[in-house]
Design a protein around this ligand. Sequence first.
Ligand code: NDP
Length: 479
Amino acid sequence: MQKILNFIGGDMMEPLAGEYFENEDPSIGKAYSLVPDSDESDLEHAVKAAKKAFPHWRDMHAALRAGAMHKLADLIEENAAEFARAECIDNGRPLSQCSAANIARGIANLHFFADEGQKFAGENFKSGKIESYTLPQPIGVVATISPWNLPMLLFTWKFAPALAAGNCVIAKPSEVTPMTAYMLSELVNDSGIPRGVFNVIHGKGAKIGAAITKHPDIPAISFTGGTSTGTEIYSTAAKQLKKVSLELGGKNPTIVFEDADIETASDGALAAAFSNQGQICLCGSRLLIQESIYERFKIALLRKLPNIKIGDPLEADTQHGPMVSKAHMEKVLGYIDLAVKEGGRIAAGGKRHIVDGRCKDGYFIEPTIIEKLPPDCRTNQEEIFGPVVTLLPFKTEEDAIAIANSTQYGLAASIWTQDDARAKRVSAKIESGIVWVNCWNVRDLNTPFGGVKKSGIGREGGRRAMEFFTEEKTVSRMV
Ligand code: NDP
């Protein structure tokens, strides 16, 4: 089986204790690679390497740092087909989507933040005889901890701004999807990023992730993952007053008003519900439909649902692959059982899906639509993170807003209406960090990204990410 290695101080390294665990291909349900089960000794080694590399990287001209990051992006692009295939095998997302979304965005993230690092500057103020300016300065050694659902996209999204701001990074990808982070680390030395500036440590969240969170020489942590893990990281980090950015779970509403274009809105709602098998934090897992069009809208959904092709994620026309792991498949199937126990009616899907041939043991679940559940039941309150969407009828705009805001989460929402004034009113009242109008998951990397309530703390994207990874110093003088 292929062995994944850590990348520490510019060297590809076995974990010092020599321990590994298995990593599965979820489309066939079999282990295919070994992941380092890193521990504190690996972390110590990485922190030492990063601390040593920091002064040089910090003092390097931003244009030179940018050059190395652009080069890394170019190297990934040269190998984009291999990256997409590896991401597909590791995660289960269909190959075409891995290529167009995960890997393409990974490359874009690096280019974007390379440029952002050169633009990022302090401010100037004058008040009477006081002249001041600010100096945003890198923090030192920072950590990024990322999840399995969009491995390459989120891995790069987190470490690129940290590097661009002049920090050294210890990056921990998810133990479930480590492969493309490993492949990326193999290219780093050729990019011109000096040894020790960027380090990748693989392993288990509860072990190496927790050790990173506690380490006294890592004063800032950027985390994307589940709300309960984020809460744990936040409380550990608080004891050392660490800077923390938390991008957490969601239970996002898709709200369809009676004046929406039904064809466009039903396409949008299906994409929001089932992209990446519903394993995107931004997925619209609660579909709120105005009562007067509820039946028509449901019929449109049910008519289009069979067009989503489930199957081997390596096949070019597959749109719906397996869940990322057996444990996650079982969790999602458990939620479907719960929905039925809570009185839900399964309008479509609802079962494990068996794919003939190579993928017969894969962890596939049918795209599932459930109705007749009240907004406050567990199915409608908890993040399922799978291909499961519930339909919720509503009467008025106020009802829609109340249902949309009735969960502990507040990451994203999409609103479908042809009435601009209504779109503005509802957007302002939805409790979430992001609202899309007549679209879903369109991203301008300059815009702030993040959630409210239990969906997170802080914002990523553009300047906000650079601000997180810097400390701002104010220098004032009397003139
Ligand atoms: P987890 O919270 O389980 O894991 C996220 C990362 O944290 C992984 O690298 C994991 O390692 C690590 N980790 C786990 N336990 C600890 C710990 N005690 N201390 C430090 N690190 C730890 O999330 P998932 O990987 O299951 O990802 C799915 C979740 O991520 C969903 O809730 C989803 O909504 C959320 N998410 C949020 C996004 C946002 O931008 N708001 C975007 C994408 C996903 P390991 O994998 O080895 O356990």
